[in-house]
Design a protein around this ligand. Sequence first.
Ligand SMILES: C[S@@+](CC[C@H](N)C(=O)[O-])C[C@H]1O[C@@H](n2cnc3c(N)ncnc32)[C@H](O)[C@@H]1O
Length: 242
Amino acid sequence: MGKRVLVFAFGCIAYTMFLGVFLYSIAFIGDLWIPRTIDAPAQWGTAGAIIVNLLLIAAFGIQHSGMARPAFKRWLTQYIPKAAERSLYVFSTNLAMIVLFLVWQPLPLVIWQVTSLPAQATLYTLYGLGWALVFVSTCLISHFDLFGLRQAWFYLRGADYHPLQFQTPLLYRYIRHPLYVGWFMVFWMAPTMTLGHLLFALGTTAYILMAIPLEERDLIAVHGDDYKQYRRDVRMFIPKLF
Ligand SMILES: C[S@@+](CC[C@H](N)C(=O)[O-])C[C@H]1O[C@@H](n2cnc3c(N)ncnc32)[C@H](O)[C@@H]1O
């Protein structure tokens, strides 16, 4: 029983941390409300800042995609209960994000700026909608499974855990990756695009585009023809009109 409580408590810690990181990210990427953001304060020279920022994005990508691969999970679950694997993934992702927040070097050179108030309001609205899309997409698949709490809760009760089935609820009927569309909106819908923000948007977009084939390869390995057919019928990001 002690081990089950420990796994569940860890799941709750990882999830609470995620909520904090999620809210902080809204302020950090949007350059809103807090003193230390993607755009401020600038400290380093351009070359050093670009190298450090690219390394931060690469480190995040390696953590986030590496720990999601079945082979890594098989190795890890020799040492920790299966029910704790997703929470450890969420916990590690939180740490990678916190390091990025702390070490990120702003590059304030303005690449483009939208000055008209209606256009700014539109971009801020799309930024907010992007965050909403990210959150809603996690709920459509299974929010608490993606963040490890469902696994920990089943384990606490001694119940059998059933992994998520392949599903195409709501938005997933029209595009395969609504959550990533949400991320693209979050990364790109900025009224003031600084060099630092542009680097972040390019780096994270490139990362997602590289991660998708890995995710889809794993989905095909688990769901076989169902996912292959889904790939034929439904586009990645832009719905088919007819
Ligand atoms: C961060 S979510 C991103 C989901 C999707 N790529 C998107 O952009 O909306 C990644 C997890 O969702 C799962 N997943 C992706 N599409 C799914 C589907 N149609 N049904 C069930 N699980 C899915 C993957 O196996 C992976 O564990």
